[in-house]
Design a protein around this ligand. Sequence first.
Ligand SMILES: [Zn+2]
Length: 336
Amino acid sequence: MLKIDMHTHIIPEKLPRFAEKFGYGDFIYLDHHRPGFARMMKGDNFFREIEANCWDPKLRIEEYAGNKTQVQVVCTIPVMFSYWAKPQDTLELSRFLNDDLAQLVADYPKHYIGLGTIPMQDTKLAIQELERCKEIGLVGIQIGSNINDLNLNEEQFFPIFQACQDLGMAVLVHPWNMMGFHSMEKYWLPWLVGMPAETSRAICSFIFGGIFERLPELRCNFAHAGGSFLPTIGRVEHGYNCRPDLVAIDNDHNPREYLGKFWVDCITHDPLLLEYILKTAGPKKVTLGSDYPFPLGDLEIGAFIEKMDLAPPQVEDIFCNNTLDWLNLDRKAFTI
Ligand SMILES: [Zn+2]
């Protein structure tokens, strides 16, 4: 069976010293301190240790073969978004990352699909780079769940989403710049609590801000099974019903109407929750994702799904068909 992992991260092995080049800022650079390992440095601060499977395309393909997965949808690591920087500098960084992805896809077209990154903090430059992403063979973009603490329904972002719809570019919304980060750093809470909340924030912003309503052809996928959105849809709907004066001020449709209109990945680590996600998001809207190669991801690439009591066509939908629909791609591109 064709397996496409639609949520994986990759980074170029060699990154320019953008902080030195631009003269400011904690841009990420890689300290290759021993073979096969690198420290991601944020300014002078250690951010995360990564291994060669973060940048080595052949090693990744081998590791994926071990999990019977042929295709990886790759995008950058969210810490690279750099929306905080001067827009022109984020554009330059984005171009560097996107060109690297485009080269990877060109080198291994049956194994890699690319999602670019764009300077969301500047509408004009974001659309400019979005258009270029399409030209160089990327099929969509990955964006953060908020942009410098602004919610995605802010009007300045709407033309970007409109351009995504017009160009047929898919969108992956990934939690980053987590709310409450500095008040709950202990116990990895920004990742365990902040990330699911961020993704719900993004989906609610799309619904209540009327983005789905105004852009019905926009193809959006939300990471980590939509975070806490789907498990709290009852509460969200009740809020809409009991306080429309607070909730329904920009869009008067019930939030439940949007279930089945966007995609989510399957990263739940929990068969019981995934059954619920399949029922609420819709069986055609749940896609195989892993968050490879990071430890909080599902590094067995959906093995738990094969152990669930799902009909084979349902498994096939999750493993490839739903992702092909989201990205508007033909399976022949990866099977012949
Ligand atoms: Zn991720």
